[in-house]
Every structure is written in C-alpha cells, then in structure tokens.
Design a protein around this ligand. Structure first.
Ligand code: GDD
Ligand code: MN
Length: 379
C-alpha cells in the first residue's frame, strides 16, 4: 500500500527529539510493558520515537514496572495519575505530554500489533492523511479468535459508532491510531472524554471531516492480565453518544441522573404497590417506605453509573450514602408532603406518588451533585 517511512539521513541517537510518540494507556498491565517496549524498539528501529505509558495508579505496580525498565530508558516515560480513572483522558493527557509531531495511541496488552506503526507513520509523513487508523475490518485485518458473541457485540457497537463517524470508517471502535498533532489540537477542547472511545470522540469533536486511512492489522490475543472492558463500558459508550448528540443542550450527567431516576420511579412504585396495596399499610407510611428504598436504590445506581468517575467505594460508599440521605432528606420531606397533599385532594395514588417524586427529584439532583459527589469532575 505504501513504501513505509522514509529513513532520515542523520543517525538517531538517544538525544534526538522524538518524531513519533506512542501513548499507551495502562491499568494493571505490569507483565506486558516490557514485551511491548521490546516490540516497539524492534519495529521502530532507526526512528526517533518515544513511548509514554499513562497509568492510573494501578494496584499491580505498573508505573513502578515502567520506571524500572532497563531498556531504552531515554525513550520510555510514565505518566502516573493518582485518584483518576479513564481510558480516554489517559490517551489525551499522554498525547499532550509529548512534543512529537506524530502521536499514536495503542493498548498496553499487546493486542494491537506494533508492526503497522511504520506504515501509519509513512502515511502521515507523506501528508496524504492526518489520521491513520489501525483496522480490524478492512482487507487483511481481523479479530482473530473472537467468539460469536463478542463479534456480535462489536458489530452492534460499530453500527452505533457510525452515528458519530463517517460510514467509510470501517473500524470506528478502534483504539489503535496515529494522528498529526494539529488534529489533536483542533479537537482536544471539544472532546467528551467519556469512556473508551477516544477515536470516535475525535471524529465527533473535530468540527470538520478528517482525512484518514485505515491500515489493517490482526487483533491479537491478550497474553497477560485481564480486560478492563466490563459491562459498564456499554453505559459509558451510550453516554458518549448522548453527549455528542444532545450534550450541547442538556448536560449528559443530567441525562444519566434522569435515566437512573426513571428506574428509581419503577422501584418506588413497586414498593409502594406491595406495602400499600398488598400489605395494607397506610398510604403515607407506604410512600415513606417506598421513598426510603428508592433513595438507596438511586444512590447505589448513580454511584455506579452517573458518577462512575467519582465512584465512592468501601467505607466511602457508606459515608456517601449518609451524605446522600442527609442531602436528600429535604427532597424526601417535599416528596412525602406533596404526595400526601395530592392524595388528600383525591388524586389517584399513582399520580400523587409521581407528584411527590418529581418534587423530590429536583432537590436531589441539585444537592447531591454538590454534597455527595463533589470532587472536581476532570481536573
Ligand atoms: N490509564 C488507564 N486508565 N488505562 C486503562 C484504563 C483506565 O481507566 N482502562 C483500561 N486501560 C488500558 C488497559 O490497560 C489496556 O492497555 C487498554 O487500556 C485497553 O484496555 P483493555 O481492557 O485491554 O480493553 P479491550 O482489549 O477489551 O478493548 C480494546 O479493544 C477494543 C476493540 O474491541 C480497546 O482498545 C477498545 O478501545 C477497543 O474498542
Ligand atoms: Mn485489550
């Protein structure tokens, strides 16, 4: 497809300013970093490259493992973030930490084949394109040994991805790409930075069509460590799509809070149904019980989804619950009194309950965002 990068005439030594920076987000990849650096050194021999591992303070000591690497030390850096998580922000901050004119992003688990890096660099250097995407879905690329379920999930996500990316891009979910610095600079301030999909985010944030080319590769099997792509990643992906589609008008966190709230309403009504209708409790008592249960439910789910980036765990989960209950107690009082008032006016019990819930919800969102999940969003 192309002749590969043109080698520069003067010898590259350890002091040469890097032309290419490879940004590698890592979380618990201690046993993969050494092999990756060796592979990079082999395929990029003769080029001025550097690699920046962006580690979110992995408990397995990945950052330490990077700093202790005795190979290519001048080319290997570690950006260690404390109290932060997130693949997209890790990639962005890694790219911003380099001065290289060409920036690549690849996973740290050896699933992305570094062999195509020289071809990607060749495309960018030639000025034909501003972005080269490592692709599993063009001729010559593949997902190797994926089972049919993972293939199907990936196909669905890819289809959704085309809401944000051009149809010609066959692998919009790719986490393996290389771009010119100018493209980063044009999109970086508009990035949503939610979740995993930094490439899609760049497409949606650039504000103009991007000149790109896909370079095939075979997605390899992970050798050490485990995938961090859990089911919550699907939620983050939906939030990224929502943010890019309506985020200009409605904050995506509010959309999430409302979605959780809707689920909370279902829980509320079920509990109310059981205690008021089946068990015969007084309406106000039943509404009180249902409110209590749905507060805990809402807290747990918001902590898991809406405030995934500020999630409280262990003891902090409990103190968070206490602060959530305290912050929402005004909302709960408003909820029960409004519902009781409406019920006394002989409105149907469901309508009375919904009226109470709406009054409480407004308080809950405003107050909990300030008191319960109050750490800075993305510093
Ligand atoms: N710094 C940091 N912070 N790194 C992270 C985090 C995080 O919160 N979460 C994951 N990583 C790192 C992992 O250590 C790995 O190097 C890389 O990001 C990708 O994570 P994996 O857990 O290996 O993801 P995957 O293999 O399931 O998904 C990859 O392939 C998909 C293709 O289907 C990713 O590249 C996806 O973006 C891609 O869509
Ligand atoms: Mn992986």
């Amino acid at each position: 497809m192309n002749a590969g990068p043109v080698r520069v005439a003067h010898p590259i030594d350890e002091n040469s300013a890097p032309e290419l920076c490879i940004v590698v987000p890592v979380f618990n990849e201690r046993d993969n970093v050494r092999a990756l650096v060796m592979e990079l050194a082999a395929v990029l021999d003769g080029l001025a490259w550097e690699v920046i591992f962006v580690d979110d303070d992995s408990p397995d000591g990945t950052a330490q493992a990077v700093r202790e690497l005795d190979l290519y030390r001048a080319r290997v850096r570690c950006l260690q973030r404390i109290g932060r998580r997130g693949l997209s922000t890790a990639c962005t901050e890694g790219m911003l930490a380099s001065s290289a004119p060409f920036l690549a992003v690849m996973d740290g688990d050896l699933q992305h084949d570094p062999k195509i890096l020289p071809a990607m660099l060749g495309l960018l250097r030639g000025g034909e394109v501003e972005l080269a995407v490592g692709s599993r879905y063009v001729e010559g690329g593949s997902t190797a040994d994926w089972n049919s379920r993972r293939r199907a999930v990936s196909r669905l996500a890819t289809r959704l991805g085309h809401v944000l990316a051009p149809d010609e891009l066959r692998d919009p979910m790719s986490g393996f790409f290389m771009l010119r610095r100018s493209l980063l600079e044009q999109s970086v301030r508009n990035l949503s930075s939610l979740g995993f999909k930094i490439l899609l985010d760049i497409f949606a944030s650039c504000g103009r069509p991007i000149v790109f080319r896909e370079v095939p590769y075979v997605f390899r099997t992970r050798r050490a460590g485990v995938s961090k792509l859990d089911s919550l990643v699907a939620w983050e992906y939906l939030m990224l799509l929502a943010d890019k589609l309506v985020g200009r008008w409605v904050p995506v966190r509010f959309i999430a809070f409302a979605a959780v709230g809707a689920a909370g309403v279902a829980v509320h009504l079920s509990v109310l149904n059981v205690s008021y209708r089946a068990l015969g409790a007084a309406f106000v008592t039943a509404q009180g019980i249902a409110t209590g249960v749905s507060i805990v439910f809402n807290y747990a789910l918001n902590n898991l989804l809406t405030y995934r980036d500020k999630r409280r765990r262990g003891l902090h989960w409990l103190t968070g619950l206490v602060s959530f209950v305290a912050a929402c107690s005004i909302g709960a009082v408003a909820n029960v009194s409004v519902a009781a008032y409406l019920f006394d006016r002989h409105l149907p019990w469901v309508i009375a309950a919904l009226g109470g819930i709406t009054a409480g919800a407004v308080w809950n969102y405003a107050i909990s965002s300030v008191y319960t999940w109050n750490s800075p969003k993305r510093s």
